[in-house]
Ligand binder design. Structure first.
Ligand SMILES: C[S@@+](CC[C@H](N)C(=O)[O-])C[C@H]1O[C@@H](n2cnc3c(N)ncnc32)[C@H](O)[C@@H]1O
Length: 232
């Protein structure tokens, strides 16, 4: 399959999934409250969510007084996202050719999506281009060393090929980011499995925006959250 046909097939897979499952395809809004904390955002700053899906990350940012922009390949995602996050600026677009001027954003997020991109270096170089000199980046990416990926999804062929699902390990993600002009500030394990589990048993309010310390090895994470900045 050539690149254009492959990109069209990823897009149509996502259009269908969003039509069918809507918000059930994604995590709940609470899962997105952690990222503004990790990025230490301030009201009035400009944020871009690359592969914004239904606008959940954007909603968490606009709630905190940021001006938030989002781009997604799927026009069905953008249609639903505009209704869900009316204060955000969503548009259809490809992460590999972002429709923004150089140095436009203070914070850039890309969650659960880099694995889906056909040309990851290009998508990353574009994000570096549109970030300000001091921009902070937050990427959530799948760990290929997690047992679910290693022993079930990959060997049994259960990964979602039409949605171009993939995973890399910690060193491979780090090397990819560094080769595209980024420097890692910190890597966290994804907090959502923990928060989702305690939400079933804890009867009091949970502060989903709080950064937690975990005693399990980072390598056991299902997904990694990278916080990065531009290299010199
Ligand atoms: C698993 S969803 C995550 C959505 C969103 N980031 C979130 O966490 O709620 C992956 C998203 O990546 C988008 N996507 C895949 N390839 C893309 C590309 N090249 N450019 C822009 N969006 C893309 C899909 O349309 C889909 O909305």
């Amino acid at each position: 399959m050539d690149v254009l046909a492959e990109q069209a097939s990823v897009k149509s897979w996502f259009d269908e999934i969003y039509k069918k499952k809507k918000f059930k395809y994604l995590r709940s809004q609470n899962a997105y409250e952690l990222f503004p904390t990790l990025l230490q955002v301030q009201p009035g700053e400009k944020h871009l969510d690359v592969a914004c899906g239904l606008g959940l990350m954007m909603r968490s940012m606009t709630k905190r007084g940021l001006e938030s922009y989002g781009v997604d390949l799927s026009d069905e995602a953008v249609r639903q996202g505009k209704l869900y996050c009316p204060d955000g600026n969503l548009q259809v677009g490809n992460a590999e050719a972002l429709p923004f001027e150089d140095e436009s954003f203070d914070h850039i997020t890309c969650l659960g999506s880099l694995e889906r991109m056909l040309n990851r270096p290009k998508a990353l170089q574009e994000q570096v281009r549109v970030g300000t000199k001091d921009a902070k980046y937050c990427f959530m990416v799948r760990n290929s060393e997690h047992f679910i990926w290693r022993f079930f999804l990959k060997p049994l062929g259960l990964d979602n090929k039409k949605g171009h699902q993939d995973a890399l390990n910690l060193e491979q993600w780090t090397a990819l980011f560094e080769s595209c002009g980024l420097k890692t500030r910190k890597v966290y394990r994804d907090h959502w499995p923990f928060y989702r589990s305690i939400s079933f048993i804890w009867p009091f309010n949970i502060d989903y925006s709080k950064e937690r310390r975990f005693f399990l090895p980072l390598r056991w994470a299902y997904e990694y959250i990278f916080v990065l900045e531009k290299a010199e």
